[in-house]
Write a protein that binds this ligand. Sequence first.
Ligand code: IPM
Ligand code: MG
Length: 354
Amino acid sequence: MKTYKIAVIGGDGTGPEVVREGIKVLNAASQKGGFKLDMTDFDFGGARYLRTGEVLPATAVDEMKKFDAIFLGAIGHPDVKPGILEKGILLRLRFELDQYINLRPVKLYENVHTPLKDKGPEHIDYVVVRENTGDIYTGAGGTSMEGTPHEVAMQAMIYTRHQVERCVRWAFEYTKKRNKKNTLALCGKTNVLTYVYGLWERVFHEIGAKDYPGIKRDYYHVDATCMWMIKNPEWFDVIVTGNMFGDIITDLGAITQGGMGIAAGANINPDGVSMFEPIGGSAPKYTGKNVINPMSAIGAAQMMLEIIGEEKASKLIEDGMKKTLLKMKSMDAGKMGMSTTEVGDDVADNIAKS
Ligand code: IPM
Ligand code: MG
């Protein structure tokens, strides 16, 4: 029987609670799919940092490379200054494991409320391919004369052709494989960020024209992308963009698909170890109350199986999620009409019965 080694990082706040439900569902799916998941827990997160003073052990990245995938809950602790855990754990793993794609589906399921008037599941079903290793996120920059009226602060937007090419190529391949509208849109800002998005635009059209003649190419400035994501989400199929714009537009996308309770993402290294996570944060105020929505973690688990090659089992999870979603009153913590564990049990049950 095929066995996959999964590293589990529950993390902070409600992270461990939602991951627990994800694992419940993964176990149900693996039984049906005829494969095994061998899970190993890691205690990375704010609590460990406060206890030991160490954000991530020196061996952590090498350790992670021994796994087939990483399942992450949430990183972020109210007693730790913003930036330390995000940069030291989440971004470090994304960068050092070279997870250069951040795949974030924006999909509205039946019975899930969207704040977009007159839009339903038939209108909201697209995917954002966010570049995940470059951009302002690299941390290049600094300050001088800090604390004086002449203080200078600088943070640079950096992209190499290599980074842009591999991301754009992956996005074209994904659009082709998805085979829905066969349309890839570049989201940029070529009217102001002429250097960086000039590079993106050239690469996008070069690769598209040469290797993907069957894929239609669209272009939107990032500000306009935000407008159309609200007014005409049905225009989109796959959107490819840089790290910073991708971060911003995927929160906007998430709220149109029901919010942080349901939005999931995958940090993918196509040739290495990928990491799957709910997009929502650690939600400290709901910790330990059994009220947080685990659907986002279950969605991350579903993406994990798809990416590691267990597509049938992944589909079983999605079908199971859809049935449970029909019973839920809301995607918001405490308003679901079900507890965290009940949602996980219900999805697992749907899978077992399928
Ligand atoms: C996300 C988050 C992270 C990011 C933060 C927590 C560093 O907002 O995954 O979208 O900016 O990438
Ligand atoms: Mg974000």
